[in-house]
Design a protein around this ligand. Structure first.
Ligand SMILES: *Cc1c(COP(=O)(O)O)cnc(C)c1O
Length: 447
């Protein structure tokens, strides 16, 4: 098995750096990329991958990197997870596409049934499937608008909802997501987020501040929906103060506003339960899902109260590829992996390990101003010691060191000063610890 290019859990679970990173094989391919791929499509750690699984990514030069990113919280069940591979192989050999809107198939309905069961709340739910997170968010907004007969959409500071025209308007950060791409969709309003490290407010205080903005600047009667990530992703893994989400949700209910939880990054066991909303006792009207749900295949969903979902006229929701049978088979395999290996429980264990490692690190390095997150979705924010002044330069230096030493780390945050850790839930404690050893070396080496 050692020399095989096959991925999945059988790959040797080791960090192995045998060339400079990127190595000669990757450098050659980067020239080809430069010739054929638009420059606008960047690569953060440009090694070309040949196999991945468990907790490692193997490149063309034979380097084996520890994966602390899961391809942005997508390969949560691990790359090439057995149940995903089995289901996809069977489905791809049976049929690859018919278009669900033309001639339907079981896989789509199976995934919708699972979404209804797994998302928060035990009320009657229905779902619709799409290809990407942005598309799910767009459709959630469409549904909320039809259901309420209202136009306005509320989002928050530091939000990330995608790169399509409507979702660019909903995303907070200009560079690189929005710069030059306007004009953006109208009727999108931004409220202040609860950001305990920076605002020091309780959940109730932060909610009152946000509600005041929505009430006075938009008007509850004009609002179709409030869209919020229960734990923000690209925006810096901002965890709102306890009670914030519940207060916003209660205000929405009282005012006929659809409360939409964007769980695209935080969902599917990532935070130690099926969904991050579960920890706050919040039952959203609609939930958007994507990333971790299908083991790496493109699939997204909108799930919510049956009456809301059914407010849209027949034919109003869909798309050529939405709920593709191969992607649905993958999702059923990924959900099977999550259930049989209790990956929510594993996410909590990973969270405990990471929190301990990060706490030790923070004690040695005052540049770490905040540790936050939940389960296998943890982050540290780097600031000039004792302040909240972002330190993106140090962040970039640490990131480069990790990459050169065979650890895939991701950054995020409005100021680019946050490390986010999103290991696959299939990673071993040994690899995870070794990954954090390298992160610790990186802090020391760049001090
Ligand atoms: C990634 C992400 C999206 C967009 O998903 P795509 O599949 O990239 O379109 C939307 N919302 C959140 C919270 C995300 O993390």
């Amino acid at each position: 098995m050692t020399d095989s290019l096959a991925g999945g859990p059988l790959l040797p679970q080791e960090r192995r750096v045998v060339t400079e990173i990127p190595g000669p094989g990757s450098l050659e391919r980067l020239d080809r990329k430069k010739a054929h791929v638009a420059d606008g499509v960047g690569t953060m750690l440009p090694v070309f991958v040949v196999a991945a699984g468990g907790g490692v990514i193997v490149d063309v030069d034979g380097n084996s990197l520890i994966d602390l990113g899961s391809g942005i919280a997508v390969a949560s069940v691990g790359n090439a997870a057995p149940a995903v591979v089995r289901n996809v192989q069977a489905q791809v050999a049976a049929f690859t596409h018919t278009c669900f809107m033309i001639t339907p198939y079981d896989g789509y309905v199976d995934v919708c049934a699972q979404l209804g069961e797994l998302t928060p709340g035990d009320h009657a739910k229905k779902s619709a499937l799409f290809n990407s997170g942005a598309e799910a968010v767009e459709n959630a907004v469409k549904i909320a608008r039809v259901a309420t007969g209202r136009d306005a959409v509320a989002v928050f500071d530091h939000a990330y909802h995608g790169r399509t025209n409507l979702t660019m308007a909903m995303t907070a950060k200009n560079m690189p997501y929005k710069q030059g791409f306007g004009p953006f969709a109208g009727e999108v309003y931004r409220a202040p987020m609860s950001y305990p490290f920076r605002d020091g407010l309780s959940g109730g205080e932060a909610a009152a501040r946000a509600i005041d903005v929505l009430d006075k600047q938009v008007g509850a009667a004009n609002l179709a929906c409030v869209v919020i990530e229960p734990i923000q992703g690209e925006g810096g893994f901002v965890v709102p103060a306890p009670g914030f989400l519940a207060a916003i949700a209660a205000w929405c209910t009282a005012n006929g506003v659809v409360f939409i939880a964007d769980e695209i990054q935080s969902g599917f066991c990532r935070t130690g339960d099926w969904f991050a909303s579960d920890f706050e006792g919040v039952v959203p009207d609609l939930v958007t899902t994507a990333k971790g749900m299908a083991g790496g295949l493109p699939l997204a969903g909108v799930t919510g109260r049956a009456d809301l979902m059914d407010s849209v006229h027949v034919g109003g929701l869909g798309g050529t590829y939405g709920g593709n049978p191969v992607a649905c088979a993958a999702a059923m395999g990924a959900i099977e992996e999550m259930r049989t290996h209790d990956l929510a429980g594993r996410a909590r264990e990973i969270g405990t390990l990471m929190a301990a490692r990060l706490k030790t690190l923070a004690a040695d390095h005052p540049v770490i101003g905040d540790i936050r997150g939940r389960g296998a979705m943890m982050a540290i924010e780097l600031c000039a010691p004792g302040t909240t002044d972002p330190d993106p330069v140090r962040t970039a230096a640490i990131s480069a060191y990790c990459h050169q030493h065979g650890v895939v780390t991701l950054t995020c945050g409005t100021w680019g000063n946050v490390f986010r850790f999103l290991p696959p839930l299939s990673i071993s404690d040994e690899l995870l610890n070794e990954g954090f050893d390298v992160v610790a070396e990186a802090f020391a080496a760049t001090a």
